[in-house]
Design a protein around this ligand. Structure first.
Ligand code: BEZ
Ligand code: FE
Length: 287
């Protein structure tokens, strides 16, 4: 290896610059990152102007981030990285409820509501009863499970996207199961909506011939003492975007029935059971 930087030895030259007493995990992560980055540059023969476009893209991605907007996570979501990180870290047994992306619209501190009550307060949309059980892998009810739920409204916006239009906490709530593990609440049948696409990620999707839509879904974070936390959605299976979710969040096991009931109480009913796995000792399940 030459004393100086060469195209041939680029990876070894950069990685050899690391100190001897650095964090071993950091060393492994950075050595691999440099290896893959250099291989990528060589593979596509990155031009100088393409390098400038990439730098500009990342600069704009950072500049549009605020306390409320996280464009880097959106980039990770739209490149499938968020789902991949979740997948490799949550290998659950068959039958256990799978995770999907959290998304940017969860707000901690939603109102704790009585089982069976409504989360919708803007009077829009078709009402839907969401109900089922929180159980373990053996079918036993999980008491004291906390379901933190949220969805968009009938116009395809979360309350936090329209603070001057929607009531605060519209389509959000927290429910806690009793001894039978059952949950139920009234929301609306969710609708598909575009992820924020007025920034660099939206420009990227457009350039790639990709639409920004997510199929209709209800978000859930389910936690219970001694069980692994589940961050997931239930999806409306016949949504036209079900096979082209902009953030790759759909899993077959998360398609929920939406039955038209029109029973005088709600227009729709969506039954779904959440199956939790025991937390590995030492890991806690709380949010
Ligand atoms: C959401 O479902 O709220 C969401 C997920 C990922 C990116 C944008 C929105
Ligand atoms: Fe969502």
């Amino acid at each position: 290896m030459s004393q100086f930087f060469t195209e041939e030895d680029s990876v070894e030259t950069v990685n050899a610059r690391m100190g001897v007493e650095i964090n071993p995990r950091l060393e492994k992560v950075m050595a691999s990152l440099v290896r893959h980055l250099h291989a990528f540059v060589k593979d596509i023969h990155l031009t100088q102007s393409e390098w400038e476009i990439m730098i500009d893209f990342l600069t704009r991605t950072g500049q549009i981030c605020t306390g409320e907007r996280q464009e880097f996570i959106l980039l990770s979501d739209t490149l499938g990285v968020s789902m991949l990180v979740d997948a490799i870290n949550h290998h659950r047994p068959v039958g256990a409820t799978e995770n999907t992306v959290l998304g940017p619209f969860h707000v901690a501190g939603a109102p704790e509501r009585e089982m069976g009550t409504t989360i919708s307060s803007d009077g829009k949309g078709e009402s839907c009863l969401f109900e089922g059980r929180v159980i373990d892998l053996h079918g036993n009810p999980v008491a004291g499970a906390r379901l933190d739920v949220w969805s968009d409204n009938a116009d395809g916006f979360y309350d936090v996207q329209q603070p001057d239009i929607q009531p605060k906490w519209n389509n959000r709530g927290v429910f806690t199961t009793g001894a039978d593990g059952r949950y139920s609440f009234v929301g609306i049948k969710p609708v598909s909506y575009p992820i924020p696409h007025d920034g660099p990620v939206g420009t990227m999707l457009g350039a790639l011939g990709r639409h920004p839509y997510r199929p209709a879904h209800m978000h859930f974070i389910v936690t219970a003492p001694e069980f692994e936390k589940v961050v997931t959605h239930t999806f409306v299976g016949d949504d036209s975007y079900i096979t082209s979710d902009a953030v790759f969040g759909v899993k077959g096991t998360l398609l929920a029935p939406f039955e038209r009931v029109n029973d005088g109480r709600t227009v729709w009913r969506s039954p779904f059971d959440f199956v939790l796995t025991r937390a590995i000792a030492g890991q806690h399940s709380a949010e």
